[in-house]
Design a protein around this ligand. Structure first.
Ligand SMILES: [Cu+2]
Length: 700
């Protein structure tokens, strides 16, 4: 399908889908029928029991991560407008694996300012796919909390042997914060070969809320990708090179803002059928990040230049996978080897004091290699999947030092660096994962789904090697200083997930309930390191939290539903709830969304469509006392959007977010850490006020 068809396919597709379940009724085969019935598809969104996806390029967004809120159980922790950290069912950060075209990324920022989803700009994102429930062991090496894959929109192969040119030009503009996203795509392709050049430029100033301006919340981000792809009878091949250039992007929930993120990305994917029953699937990606952040150029600078901080961080590494798939009659066996080899450095300096230097992370390495086997069987009565995985993670860090720290601070830092340098920092983790999935039809119009898994995650490099109390925590944004812990063990999540897909006439619903018990859950606890606490109090007024293994559980449910009122009108919605608590002491887990739901009225005509949605969040008072987490009040907002395609090649878009200009604080929004802002430091950031947007996308 070429891009012009792709952009517009949603209207005819939506029309066709309105009658999907009617088509399904006549099918004899029970499982086929259930397979068709279980899918809940609305404009731009597709939800089944196994996965949920959004066609992100059709949404008017600045951060692709925001599209997760359109998926059952999906959330996003917002530390800045383009630093959305994926959350699924109460887990986030390194617990949720994110891949782009199936390949992982190595982050550069120790505070996750370059989150994986920040590498895939919204107008060049074809799909964002969330694996519902427990990710299979083949999806990603470490994915205790979930797995999300985003697909770049690199255009399509054509139907003919002759080469043709196709492309897209589009721009979207929001009045609030003069925010713009613009895309260009050029694809030269025939049926077998495709060359594609895509680029997106995003710009924005500070955005306004009913309580004042969020300062700083402007941004500048450019993303480009050039690729060659081959599609043969038995072989698919993709080779790409990309770049990301982010500059001056505010992250008011963190202690610093993004000055620069400069990343090169390279990768290749190869898939071939050697025989009818034997296939090879391989991918390798490399990326290299150079990142600078500071606390004085975008936000109100500290009073004393002695408190200016510039942090230069780098991250680079390789993600790879080599797998074989063997067909065995009605089942298949996938056996693979994969890995993620990463290095990280971070240096803190002061432009006003050339003497000042802190080696925050020095020569850090985290190398994972894994092997896995997945057996899948599909019959008329049931689907089975059983997967086993073994991971070995080796980590290491170089020696550290500081320079120019005065008096007692210098003495304390020396004590900590000497202890760190004398410790054994070469660590090794061996982890075994297992996931089993079972699915079968029940009654004539429903399907039952059961998953059981035991999955692991070895500690992150920050959790191990943060030797000086700082806020470099992968984006926790709780305002606390943390120190690492070289004695951490891997965490293990034992999980059960039960789902139902039910369809009756005009109504579809797909609820799931889950329970996970997490052994050795890693989170910050009060530190008994007196030196670290003293230093932390001198720097921030509060003692340090130290990463430790604790016990936790998370349970909840989420569902998607859809009701067809008429051929053209349908209602749909989501409900999600996740409750997380410590089980070794009486406390709640940090930064989980309260009960939330959305309901939308959709109208689809032949050349236009409109949607009105209400999104509601309950209050969240189940907050973490260890992280000084503040409760948040419930709220509801109303959004409206419309698209019109007067011609096949033109798509006009209009959208109003928060139409009634409601003042609200989403629980996942961070707490403001910036002084001299309309929103006081220490207050949870408010959601954007009424935001009117318009867009034009032309395809050829
Ligand atoms: Cu950073």
């Amino acid at each position: 399908m070429n891009t012009s068809k792709l952009m517009l396919a949603v209207w005819p597709a939506a029309m066709a889908l309105l009658s999907t379940s009617a088509v399904g009724q006549g099918t004899d085969n029970q499982i086929d029928q259930a397979d068709e019935l279980e899918e809940i598809i609305v404009l731009g969104r597709e939800i089944s029991m196994q996965s949920a996806s959004v066609k992100v390029e059709e949404e008017m967004l600045m951060d692709t991560a925001a599209a997760l809120k359109d998926l059952p159980g999906g959330e996003v922790n917002v530390n800045g407008r383009i630093t959305g950290i994926a959350q699924y069912r109460g887990m986030y950060g390194d617990r949720v694996s994110v891949t782009i075209d199936g390949i992982g990324m190595v982050g550069g920022g120790p505070n996750a300012m370059d989150t994986p989803l920040s590498y895939i700009s919204p107008m060049i994102t074809e799909d964002l796919v969330l694996e519902r429930g427990i990710p299979g062991v083949a999806s990603a090496p470490e994915s205790v909390g979930g797995h999300i894959d985003a697909k770049l929109a690199r255009g399509s192969f054509s139907d003919s042997a002759d080469f043709g040119l196709a492309g897209t030009l589009g721009t979207r503009y929001s009045g609030n914060g003069s925010s713009s996203t613009s895309v260009g795509r050029l694809t030269v392709a025939n049926g077998n070969h495709k060359m594609s050049l895509i680029a997106e430029a995003d710009r924005a100033d500070d955005i306004d809320t009913p309580e004042g301006t969020i300062y700083p919340s402007g941004l500048s981000r450019d993303r480009a990708d050039i690729s060659y792809a081959f599609a043969g009878n038995n072989t698919d091949f993709l080779l790409f090179a990309g770049m990301l250039d982010t500059e001056d992007a505010g992250t008011p929930a963190l202690a610093m803002d993004i000055a620069l993120i400069d990343t090169q990305i390279y990768g290749t994917r190869f898939r071939t059928d050697l025989t009818r029953n034997f296939m090879i699937d391989a991918s390798i990606g490399y990326n290299d990040v150079f990142h600078e952040m500071d606390n004085y150029s975008l936000r109100t600078a500290p009073d004393s230049p002695m408190a200016y901080r510039m942090n230069t961080a780098t991250g680079s590494g390789t993600n790879f996978e080599l797998a074989t798939i063997t067909g065995l009659g009605d089942s298949s066996l996938r056996i693979g080897l994969d890995g993620k080899l990463a290095t990280h450095d971070s240096l803190i300096s002061n432009p006003a004091n050339p003497m000042f230097l802190v080696q925050n992370f020095s020569d850090v390495q985290r190398d994972l290699t894994g092997i896995f086997a997945v057996w899948q069987r599909e019959t008329n009565n049931s689907d089975w999947e059983i997967g086993l995985r073994f991971n070995e993670i080796r980590t290491g860090a170089g020696t550290v030092d500081t320079r120019g720290l005065m008096g007692m601070m210098g003495t304390a830092a020396d004590i900590l660096s000497t202890a760190f340098n004398d410790a054994d920092r070469d660590l090794q983790y061996r982890n075994f994962d297992v996931v089993a999935k079972y699915q079968r039809p029940v009654f004539s119009n429903a399907e039952f789904h059961l998953e059981i898994g035991s999955k692991t995650r070895a500690p992150s490099y920050q959790e191990l090697y943060l030797w000086l109390p700082l806020q470099a925590t992968g984006g926790l944004a709780d305002g606390r200083n943390y120190i690492g812990n070289l004695d951490l063990e891997s965490e293990r999540s034992n999980e059960i997930n039960i789902g139902l897909g039910w369809s009756s006439g005009n109504f579809d619903i797909s609820p799931q309930v889950f329970f996970k018990s997490i052994d050795n859950y890693i989170q910050g606890v009060l530190s008994d390191n007196m030196t670290a606490n003293m230093l932390s109090v001198m720097m921030s007024g509060a003692t340090a939290l130290e990463f430790a293994n604790v016990e936790a559980e998370i349970y909840g449910f989420d569902l998607a539903w859809k009701y067809r009122v008429t051929e053209r009108v349908h209602l749909d919605g989501l409900v999600a709830y996740a409750r997380g608590k410590r089980t070794d002491i009486d406390d709640n887990l940090y930064r989980l969304a309260p009960l939330n739901a959305s309901i939308a009225v959709n109208y689809v005509a032949s050349s236009w469509a409109a949607k009105t949605e209400i999104i509601g969040y309950a209050q969240q008072d189940k907050v973490s006392s260890f992280n000084d987490e503040q409760p948040s009040a419930g709220y509801g907002i109303l959004n409206m959007s419309a698209v019109w395609s007067p011609w096949q090649s033109v798509r006009l878009e209009a959208r109003a977010d928060n139409l009634f200009d409601r003042s609200y604080q989403n629980h996942m929004a961070g707490v403001n850490r910036v002084a001299g802002s309309d929103i006081p430091a220490g207050t949870r950031l408010y959601g954007a006020g009424r935001t009117l947007s318009a867009g034009l996308v032309i395809t050829f």
